[in-house]
Design a protein around this ligand. Sequence first.
Ligand SMILES: Cc1ncc(COP(=O)(O)O)c(C=O)c1O
Length: 424
Amino acid sequence: MNRDTICVQGGYTPGNGEPRQIPIIQSTTFKYATSEDMGKLFDLEADGYFYSRLQNPTCDMVAKKICELEGGTAAMLTSSGQAANFFALFNICEAGDHIVASSTIYGGTFNLISVTMAKMGITATFVDPLCTEEELNAAFRPNTKVVFGETIANPALTVLDIEKFAKAAHAHGVPLMVDNTFPTPVNCRPFEWGADIVTHSTTKYMDGHGAVLGGAIVDGGKFDWMAHADKFPGLCTPDDSYHGITYAERFGKEGAFITKATAQLMRDFGSMQSPMNAYMLNLGLESLHVRMQRHCANGMAVAQFLENHPKVAYVNYCGLESSPYHALAQKYLPNGSCGVVSFGLAGGRQAASTFMKELKLAAIETHVADARTCCLNPASSTHRQMNDEQLAAAGVPAELVRMSCGLESAEDLIADIAQALDKV
Ligand SMILES: Cc1ncc(COP(=O)(O)O)c(C=O)c1O
């Protein structure tokens, strides 16, 4: 099916007389007639549900839709995008392992990898997304287990050369994990370019209304864990905490990664999305393909206006021909990128602050990618844990304003920006 149709109808096909909308199974637990029936579920020998901390039917219907949209083989929801990235990384990395990651990734994920996972004994090397193949290959170590990047980075808006990163990852026998939050599968499907695992903060465009936190992990089903069994003992040797199951043997390339993350990590960490949130996420997904078109059109109109304004020093938007990422965007995002534009005012940090205060339509929020336009100075909020050097490396200088263009009229948005710039 076309992605537009999957957005509307994917993941759930009601039978005769069943609800047209996905049912909200608001139940922590599920009833069985015999202990043997339940035992088969615990042994992963039968499909079914026993406790919503691990799996819930409503969440699975929505995960299935996201899986179909990405063209993957298995998927799961998580309670947030942070949980999705942590689970996806921790599913194959343990103490003593190493991650290669793009330096421009979202500040929360940068913090997760460089500080919190470092406390767990997992180290990382960050590389410039525009690095050469030689520089990228030099970042690998014998204990590297995964390469991580964002299709479009938040808020630096760099575009990942997915094929380049996939080639390097595969040459070193490890998977490429891509956070595809900003373009969504409507505008880019990383699996088609060689990525192995895709993650999402569904809190962003997928929900699209600023209503529900959530995340998703999708497996492309192509990475051969068993061919690199020495690197991935968690997937390729028996799991003593789960009746000695060897996930890669039992569930193959298509299912091992998500089964392990569900049966082991969700069991132990319990960050499942609530069924109600999954239901609301699905409402957002039903119009994702239509909304993305407007977000992208508004982003482009605002970027073009800002680029020609004398008080604006620079604009980051890969849709602009002046962007160093324009060629990559033409390749990976031919139908549009996202509605997020970032820019610096000629007057620096103070000018950014005045500008943001004067905006009437765009609210100051720690958020992006919902129906209402919002803006933020990352250096004083989401990225405030970084020093100036790290901010520069992450492509987030102190004066940067990130504006997430919503679904309003472009004319009204530009008029609001123009009047605020006049006051700077
Ligand atoms: C690209 C990206 N990944 C992950 C996250 C974390 O997602 P959440 O806020 O849903 O935990 C964010 C949040 O802004 C993000 O922009």
